[in-house]
Design a binder for this molecule. Sequence first.
Ligand SMILES: NC(=O)c1ccc[n+]([C@@H]2O[C@H](COP(=O)([O-])OP(=O)(O)OC[C@H]3O[C@@H](n4cnc5c(N)ncnc54)[C@H](O)[C@@H]3O)[C@@H](O)[C@H]2O)c1
Ligand SMILES: [Zn+2]
Length: 243
Amino acid sequence: MTPLPLRPDSRVLVLTGAGISAESGVPTFRGAGGLWEGHPVTEVASPEGFDADPALVWRFYGERRQARKTVAPNPGHRALVALEHALGDRFLLATQNVDGLHREAGSQRVLAIHGELFESKCERCRVPFPDERTYLGEPVPVCPTCGQRIRVNVVWFGEMLDPKHLRQIDRFIAEAGNRLVFLAVGTSGLVYPAAGLVDSAKQVGGTTVLVDLAPNREHARRFDRVEVGKSGEVLPRLLAAAQ
Ligand SMILES: NC(=O)c1ccc[n+]([C@@H]2O[C@H](COP(=O)([O-])OP(=O)(O)OC[C@H]3O[C@@H](n4cnc5c(N)ncnc54)[C@H](O)[C@@H]3O)[C@@H](O)[C@H]2O)c1
Ligand SMILES: [Zn+2]
C-alpha cells in the first residue's frame, strides 16, 4: 500500500466514526441493524426518547458505559497517536465516537464532536461533568443543585453540535488550504455536518482519503482515494512513513 503522501508542510485533519472502534469490540450502530433490544437507536438517542422514557435511555447508556470499561484502543487508534506525534499542531482529530478511546490511546488534539459517554450534564444547568456511573433504569438521576434530570453528555439525533468545535475545524481547514490532507476513517458519511467535511476539504484544494471496511458507495465517490479494509490494519501501513 502506498503510504499517505505527507510533505513537511502538510496539515492532516482526521475524522473518525464508529468503524475505528469496531476492532476494539465496540459495535457500530448500523452493524447492529440500528436496533437495541428492538428499539431503533433514534428512540434511545434523542431528546424525545429521553422525555418519553428516561429510565430506558439511561439503561441503554448504562450498558454502553459498562461495555466500554471492558475494551481498549486498537492499532488504528495508536497509528493516529503516532501521526500526531510527528505533526504536532499540524494535526487535528475530530471524532464522532463518544467512547473516549482516542484519548485513552494517547491522542491529545481531539474534538469529541458528538460528546463523551463518560460525561453527564443536568438538563437545566448544562455544565458537563465526568461521570462513570452506570444507571440501569430507575431511579433516573437528578441534579443536586436544581432538581432537574441528569442526562448523558452526548449529542443526540436532532441536536446541534458545539459551535466552538465546528469553528475550530473550519479554521483548521481554511488555514491549511491546499496543504490539507483530510482522512476519514470508519464513518458511513450519513451523519451531517461531519459528512460535509470532505466537501469543505476539497473546496480549499485539499487531498481526501477514506479508510472503511465496507464503504458506502455514494460516500466513497466523494474521495480522491479509498482504502478498503479494517482501520486497525490499514492505518498502521498507510501512516507508516509518519511513524
Ligand atoms: N464507538 C462509539 O463511540 C460509537 C459506536 C456506535 C455509534 N456511535 C455514534 O453513531 C453515529 C454513527 O455514525 P458513524 O459514521 O460513526 O458510524 P456508522 O455505524 O454509521 O458507520 C460505521 C462505518 O464503519 C465501517 N467499519 C466497520 N468496521 C470497520 C473497521 N474495522 N475498520 C474500518 N471501518 C469499519 C462501516 O463500514 C461503516 O461505514 C455516530 O454519530 C457516532 O457518534 C458511536
Ligand atoms: Zn441542574
